[in-house]
Design a protein around this ligand. Structure first.
Ligand SMILES: C[S@@+](CC[C@H](N)C(=O)[O-])C[C@H]1O[C@@H](n2cnc3c(N)ncnc32)[C@H](O)[C@@H]1O
Length: 246
């Protein structure tokens, strides 16, 4: 196990060897990697079918393929100070059984798996490429025993989690209110959930897959404010920490 400062330093140094993991896993050379990362954001946005999409989750499970890995990798590399702050935040709260819902390229799940306060991390992501990529990364980093990979929360077969991490995912769901209700049901009185959200499609529709429907957002905040109590933390990031209202 590594200490907290060392984990942050490793992330800031090389994002947990992200570039070499990308090259090896996707069999791409160093020069192609730059192209893979440079166009990632627009490639992801352009792959969205717009109103033709009838089931929101289909975009992530069937359409994006490796484009989300590229987009998330580019973001975690270019915004490493911000991402490092979110890792510092989870270090304040993460313990025992952790659910990382919509874990993406695994930065948060891998950091939690390296932590001595965490017993097991359940990485849930609807995208099979993401799951396989993070499984590969976990083996490379020697933390595979502390990670379990699942398609859905039900597949984890865990009834209560001590920590829930759900970062930059809620705006990707058709019903974020129902999702946080599910989270509430799988928390005990001491559990902490870390949530953020960005219900906005962007200035130039760079996030066409983000939900921005007013009624959906109102329903989300109604559930959030009726079932969760915020727990203060001093880190200047958008992510908030919550416990259950008893
Ligand atoms: C913007 S990424 C965030 C990744 C990661 N949490 C981070 O902060 O870098 C959103 C992730 O949610 C996943 N996702 C979308 N819908 C999902 C669903 N219904 N169940 C599980 N994962 C989902 C996507 O596959 C993607 O990995």
């Amino acid at each position: 196990m590594k200490n907290d400062n060392f984990i942050i330093k490793e992330f800031l140094d090389n994002a947990f060897n992200l570039k070499s993991h990308l090259m090896e896993f996707f069999s791409i050379g160093a020069s192609d990697l730059n192209e893979f990362l440079a166009n990632a954001k627009m490639n992801l946005a352009n792959s969205h079918p717009g109103d033709a999409l009838s089931d929101v989750s289909e975009f992530y499970s069937e359409i994006v393929g490796d484009r989300h890995v590229a987009d998330l990798a580019a973001w975690h590399i270019t915004s490493k100070d911000y991402i490092a702050d979110t890792l510092k935040l989870q270090q304040r709260f993460s313990r025992d059984l952790v659910l990382d819902f919509g874990g993406g390229i695994g930065t948060h799940a891998l950091a939690n798996a390296m932590s001595s306060t965490v017993e097991q991390v359940f990485f849930v992501d609807i995208n099979a490429t993401n799951r396989k990529f993070v499984e590969y990364r976990a083996k490379e980093l020697g933390v595979e025993k502390k990670l379990t990979f699942c398609n859905t929360i039900k597949d984890t077969q865990i009834s209560k989690f001590d920590t829930i991490v759900c970062l930059d995912v809620l705006e990707h769901l058709d019903d974020p209110a129902s999702q946080i209700e599910i989270f509430n049901e799988i928390m005990n009185n001491n559990s902490i959930a870390l949530f953020n959200w960005y219900f906005y499609k962007g200035e130039n529709n760079e996030y066409p897959f983000h939900i921005d429907d007013e009624q959906v957002i109102e329903e989300f905040f109604t559930i959030l404010q009726s079932k969760f109590l915020e727990v203060f933390h001093p880190i200047l990031v958008t992510t908030r920490a919550y416990k259950k209202i008893r």
